[in-house]
Ligand binder design. Structure first.
Ligand SMILES: C[S@@+](CC[C@H](N)C(=O)[O-])C[C@H]1O[C@@H](n2cnc3c(N)ncnc32)[C@H](O)[C@@H]1O
Length: 230
């Protein structure tokens, strides 16, 4: 995770959002060493064939932010703006860092985010963080297992972030697939590192017969990315 500086959030152009994200990323950075010690013994596997999520101790993550990186947040925000996405879905709220990027896009697009998280203490704090960022009117956090909370939603999604645990990416995707608009963008975090658990998803969306274009992107190498908004 990079050092937290205002430049990371410049494109969002919103002091409240910037202040909240800065505070949250600083808190997430404090968990850096415990994450390093957790993953160090598995580093070869992680950067090789990947870890099967079922071998992970999920309880370790109960108090962890495990957020998307600021570059990813910036990229998702820009993508959602480029699409003019009004109906945005997120699987895996955690403490709300990615949700704030999506919420800001929803605010700027005149839309709404629905995000879901099953740990009640994370839901409570995520809602407070989203309120602090001034985005409560644009974000609804549903508490519970995504397979339940998302199953009866009558919304057509323009933009989706799947960032819950890797073994649930494909089941959650299949659940919401009937509600994807043509042209919808779906982003999945942690696709490298947990390949055994996300293979069902990548096999499915990379098969042209299923109607998607899909590839792994690394939005970190320098490229100016500009969207005309007025
Ligand atoms: C990687 S973290 C999400 C990080 C967050 N998107 C961010 O960037 O700040 C994954 C979160 O998904 C939640 N989660 C995992 N499986 C879930 C499920 N079946 N339903 C709802 N939430 C789930 C976990 O509790 C965890 O907080």
């Amino acid at each position: 995770m990079p050092k937290v500086t205002p430049e990371l959030f410049r494109v969002l152009n919103d002091p409240k959002v910037e202040a909240t994200l800065s505070r949250l990323y600083k808190a997430a950075l404090k968990q850096g060493w415990s994450m390093v010690f957790h993953f160090l013994p598995k580093a070869f596997k992680m950067y090789g064939k990947g870890i099967d999520w079922k071998t992970e101790n999920e309880r370790f993550y109960d108090d962890k932010y495990t957020p998307i990186l600021p570059y990813q947040g910036e990229f998702l925000y820009m993508q959602a703006r480029a699409l003019g996405a009004k109906n945005i879905l997120e699987f895996g709220t955690s403490y709300g860092i990615s949700t704030i990027y999506l919420g800001k896009a929803a605010k700027d697009n005149g839309g709404k985010v629905i995000s879901t998280e099953y740990l009640p203490h994370k839901v409570k704090i995520a809602r407070e963080n989203i309120a602090e960022a001034g985005l409560s009117d644009y974000v609804q956090v549903l508490e519970g297992d995504a397979m339940e909370t998302l199953k009866d939603l009558d919304v057509l999604w323009d933009f989706v972030l799947l960032d819950g645990w890797p073994d649930m990416v494909h089941p959650v995707f299949k659940l919401i697939e009937p509600n994807l608009k043509k042209g919808a963008v779906i982003a999945v975090d942690d696709i490298v590192g947990f390949q055994p658990s996300t293979k069902d998803y990548t096999d499915y969306v990379r098969n042209p017969e299923n109607g998607y274009l899909s590839t792994t992107i690394y939005p970190k190498k320098a490229m100016e990315f500009t969207i005309k908004i007025k």
